[in-house]
Write a protein that binds this ligand. Structure first.
Ligand code: GDP
Length: 192
């Protein structure tokens, strides 16, 4: 069982840092029930809190990736209410996006493609980092979307791909580190 918390005590420097040019806004997108909140709570280190029912939250945390600190603010607000305004805002405000589907739910996989298209439309000229996430990889027997299908979708949509299990904490750390690396790659190529 991979735990973000167990090996990261020295990599968590602060929470709530602001006025930091290395502060990145990461937005979670995806159908209801795919595991957005579970992933965000693992990132935030608050997964065991009792009030898991509350909808919509943000989690900020600094992590060390490749020896350098980065502060992420992860927004789990996509489903907070049905307002078109909020969803439009989500599409515009992110420095990076995590589009989540459940490998046990083909409909959520199709929805992920729609979200990618929506995002492309909203941010046409920008090359924003996106990671497509197939969550619930632990549910082997109810899998409806194969790893290859996920990977192929990411190729078509020109984004990164990872399968995770929030339940087992599998690949969750890699996911958020991957986001930081993607953001940095684009920043570096702009500065050149
Ligand atoms: P959200 O609606 O996208 O925020 O999804 P939630 O994080 O609320 O998760 C929906 C349900 O799926 C909850 O009952 C979670 O415990 C469960 N869940 C989330 N991730 C996983 C996972 O990786 N594996 C399994 N087996 N269940 C998960």
């Amino acid at each position: 069982r991979e735990s973000w918390a167990s090996d990261s005590s020295d990599s968590v420097i602060s929470s709530g840092s602001d006025s930091d040019s290395n502060l990145y806004k990461v937005i979670l997108l995806g159908e209801h029930g795919v595991g957005k909140t579970s992933l965000a709570r693992i990132f935030g280190g608050v997964e065991d809190c009792a009030d898991a029912e509350e909808a919509g939250n943000t989690y900020d945390r600094s992590i060390i990736v490749d020896g350098e600190e980065a502060s992420l603010v992860v927004f789990d607000i996509w489903e907070q209410d049905d307002s078109q305004w909020l969803q439009n805002h989500c599409m515009k405000m992110g420095d990076a996006y995590i589009i989540v589907y459940s490998v046990t739910d083909k409909v959520s996989f199709e929805k992920a493609s729609e979200l990618r298209i929506q995002l492309r439309r909203a941010r046409q000229t920008e090359d924003i980092p996106i990671i497509l996430v197939g969550n619930k990889s632990d549910l082997v027997r109810s899998r409806e979307v194969s790893v290859d299908e996920g990977r192929a979708c990411a190729v078509v949509f020109d984004c990164k791909f990872i399968e995770t299990s929030a339940a087992l904490h599998h690949n969750v750390k890699d996911l958020f580190e991957g986001i930081v690396r993607q953001i940095r790659l684009r920043k570096d190529s702009k500065e050149d």
